[in-house]
Design a protein around this ligand. Structure first.
Ligand code: C2E
Ligand code: MG
Ligand code: MG
Ligand code: MG
Length: 285
């Protein structure tokens, strides 16, 4: 009987893997059409200067509204897109959308810096530097208005290729941020070689910042590292007033998180900026 049961379990297991593979294939097919079917859009999360309490920029974050599955999280579909290469086209679209938005905001008197996430797969494309600089030109965006967020993993695949490309982009005026700092293969050598300006403390360290001593120490260490290497530190995932207060006192310069705002559609973003700045003026009055 036990054997029989084991066999059933095995078959069930095979069937579920089979289902998973088919699911993934379907997701890939759907994703390859998502762009042309207008299922992708960007939301923008405000980045706040903790000293001045002003919105200094926005991170563009990709959303996929699947007709059947609903909103598919980027942590789920970006790896799929990286695997089959469709991240190249999608990433270029993200860059164009973000530039278009930056231009619209600048024309409305909101000259915000827009941060765009750049996948390692994109970074290692031969044409990436020209693609990015060409896009800025076409949308008439000063390079200083664009920030690229790259993860530590992007540096590890082909360090010299990454260094060369990022140097060219940085010399053109684009600023560079290390995203999810502290969660990858943190080798501090690359900080010497990479022309980065910003370190983004991963939200996993911020979540329990005030209750977990390790998280407090890691966060403090990243802030101090930023200060000694002359890099601006950004805290991501700030959800409470206590976290904001601590980070401000500790000398962290920038922050983003639900405490300020979730990522927003452009119109809601504009309303947010207006109300947030009014609130600050009131508080200072
Ligand atoms: P990320 O770049 O590290 O983005 C931060 C993530 O934290 C975002 O998740 C954001 O919505 C979320 N977040 C912001 N504030 C809070 C908070 O206070 N609490 C919590 N719990 N979460 C917060 P999202 O939008 O789901 O994106 C997940 C990841 O997907 C991003 O992580 C990024 O790695 C990737 N991604 C998103 N858009 C793009 C894109 O256009 N291109 C590429 N290559 N990757 C992208
Ligand atoms: Mg990011
Ligand atoms: Mg991050
Ligand atoms: Mg992330």
């Amino acid at each position: 009987l036990a054997k029989q049961k084991g066999k059933d379990h095995f078959q069930f297991y095979v069937a579920s893997i089979d289902q998973e593979i088919r699911d993934r294939k379907q997701l890939e097919t759907d994703l390859s059409k998502a762009l042309s079917l207008n299922q992708l859009h960007l939301v923008y999360q405000p980045q706040i200067n903790l000293e001045t309490k002003r919105v200094i920029g926005a991170e563009a974050l990709l959303r996929w509204e699947h007709p059947v599955r609903g909103l598919v999280p980027p942590d789920y579909f970006i790896p799929v897109a990286e695997n089959n290469g469709s991240i190249v086209g999608i990433g270029q679209w993200v860059l164009e959308q973000a530039c278009l938005q930056a231009k619209l905001w600048a024309d409305k008197g909101l000259p915000l810096r827009i941060a765009v996430n750049l996948s390692a797969v994109q970074l290692h494309q031969n044409t990436i530097v020209d693609d990015i600089l060409g896009t800025l030109k076409r949308y008439d965006i000063p390079a200083g208005r664009l920030e690229l967020e790259v993860t530590e993993t992007s540096f590890m695949t082909n360090m010299s290729d990454a260094v060369a490309k990022l140097h060219t982009l940085n010399r053109a005026g684009i600023s560079l941020a290390v995203d999810d700092f502290g969660t990858g293969y943190s080798s501090l050598t690359y900080l010497k070689k990479m022309p980065v300006q910003h370190l983004k403390i991963d939200k996993q360290f911020i979540r329990d910042l005030l209750v977990n001593k390790e998280d407090t120490r890691i966060t403090n260490t990243i802030i101090d590292l930023g200060r000694s290497l002359n890099l601006t530190v950004v805290a991501e995932g700030v959800e409470t007033a206590e976290q904001e207060y601590y980070l401000t006192q500790r000398g962290c310069k920038l922050a983003q998180g639900y405490f300020f705002s979730k990522p927003l559609r452009p119109a809601d973003f504009e309303t947010f900026v207006q109300e947030f700045h009014e609130k600050i003026v009131e508080n200072n009055a």
